[in-house]
Design a protein around this ligand. Structure first.
Ligand code: PLP
Length: 421
């Protein structure tokens, strides 16, 4: 079935009431039939609901539906994109290990790997996403994860997913891909060799800036890579915290199972059933929206490229863009999502343009149906010096736009008046 059809139906079987909309199971806990039933659920002899920190029927639909769209086997929803990313790392690595990450990452991911994980004894090493050789050189016997974004935020680069996963697979290491900006509609990392994807559901999944949430998806057949892999002994040895369970011997998707039974149980970054329900609503029209976001962004990028005040436009859908070839290879119909940035002459000029727009909201978010404008040098990247800004590809005159679903004409008219103000 097509993704658009699956987005409406996958993972949901109507209950005895024939409810068309997926019900919100707003509950903390579930009654067991008797003591044996309770014992069987805890021992995984029977699968079922125990407590909403571990599972919930509304969240279950969200997880199944998202896993289906991504082409994966199983998924685990979390309270935010950041917690999904953290669980992916914490499930693979432990003190003394390292993870090798692209330099071009979302700021929150960068601080998580460079600072927070360091305090947990996990080292982060960085490679240029356009330089697979650099990645290869950073791998050693303690490397547990290769991490990059398919479409990077905020630098707007497109990873050569196949080249990077080939290196990871040659070393039998897990690849984790943040597919937030591309979404399963535009990019399918599992088809290019990735093992796990992570998403901030707070962006295009709701599509209207309604809720914070995240999701981690595991590819089909990942158990074969984990089984007897000396890098991931904890998936093959008895887990003392779960009465000696060996995750790869359960016949269930082991990566997600361990993330749920161990990490979600003990760290508790659980998504609320209501937010899962909002994500389900958003997914129903995700495919339609992603086409429209991409169409608007391309038209705006083409307009900006033709404007004399604009020094450079970063959008992988433009033929002039260095990422164009990767975008054509990895993105459905070459559609490149709604994120673009452009550079004007100076900090002052950028501030003037941002302040002069009327339709765009000055917000540090992406993936909303309402268009968003940001000036990274005065907000998210304010602590960096002039030299540091240049080094991380965020010059002072850079303006980032998350293109919404307003009409392309209105979006272009508003930027045009702001540029000429
Ligand atoms: N990954 C990417 C690419 C993001 O852009 C963001 C947030 O902007 C995150 C992860 C973090 O997601 P959340 O805000 O849901 O924790």
């Amino acid at each position: 079935m097509d993704l658009q059809t699956l987005a409406l139906h996958a993972g949901y079987e109507k209950d005895s009431q024939g409810t068309m909309a997926v019900p919100i199971y707003q509950t903390t806990a579930y009654e067991f039939r008797d003591v044996e039933h309770a014992a069987n659920l805890f021992a995984l002899k029977e699968l079922g609901n125990i407590y909403t920190r571990l599972n919930n029927p509304t969240t279950d639909v969200f997880e199944k539906r998202f896993a289906t769209l991504e082409g994966g086997e199983a998924a685990l929803a979390t309270s935010s994109g950041m917690s999904a990313i953290f669980y992916a790392f914490a499930n693979a690595a432990e003190v003394g290990d390292n993870i090798v990450c692209a330099k071009q990452l979302y700021g929150g991911s960068l601080t998580q790997v460079a600072h927070t994980l360091k305090r947990f004894g996990i080292e982060a090493r960085f490679f240029d996403v356009h330089n697979p050789l650099e990645l290869e050189q950073l791998i050693d016997e303690k490397t547990k994860v290769i991490f990059f974004e398919s479409l990077t935020n905020p630098s707007i680069d497109v990873a050569d997913i196949e080249a990077l996963t080939e290196i990871a697979n040659a070393h039998n290491i897990l690849t984790v891909v943040d597919n937030t900006v591309a979404t399963p509609v535009l990019c399918r990392p599992f088809e290019w060799g990735a093992d796990i994807t992570v998403h901030s559901a707070s962006k295009y999944t709701t599509g209207q800036g309604l809720a914070i949430g995240g999701i981690l998806v595991e590819r089909k057949g990942l158990n074969d890579k984990l089984k007897d892999n000396p890098l991931y002994a904890h998936f093959n040895e008895p887990d003392a915290s779960y009465h000696g369970l060996v995750y790869t011997q359960t016949g269930l998707p082991a990566f997600t199972l361990r993330a749920r039974l161990s990490l979600l149980r003990d760290l508790g970054a659980v998504v609320s059933p209501f937010n899962s329900w909002l994500f389900i609503q958003g997914m129903e029209h995700l495919a339609l929206r992603m086409k429209e976001h991409s169409r608007n962004a391309l038209m705006l990028a083409e307009f900006l490229e033709s404007h004399p005040k604009v020094k450079k436009v970063n959008y992988p859908g433009l033929q002039s863009n260095a990422n164009f070839k990767n975008a054509q290879k990895y993105f459905t119909d070459g559609l490149c999502s709604g994120l673009l940035s452009f550079e004007v002459a100076s900090l002052e000029e950028a501030e003037k343009i941002v302040n002069a727009t009327k339709l765009y909201s000055l917000v540090v978010n992406i993936g909303d149906s309402k268009s968003i404008i940001t000036h990274p040098a005065s907000t998210t990247h304010q602590q960096l010096s002039h030299e540091e800004l240049i080094a991380c590809g965020v010059p002072e005159g850079l303006i980032r736009i998350s293109c919404g679903l307003e009409s392309a004409k209105d979006l272009i008219d508003d930027i045009a008046q702001a540029l000429d103000a």
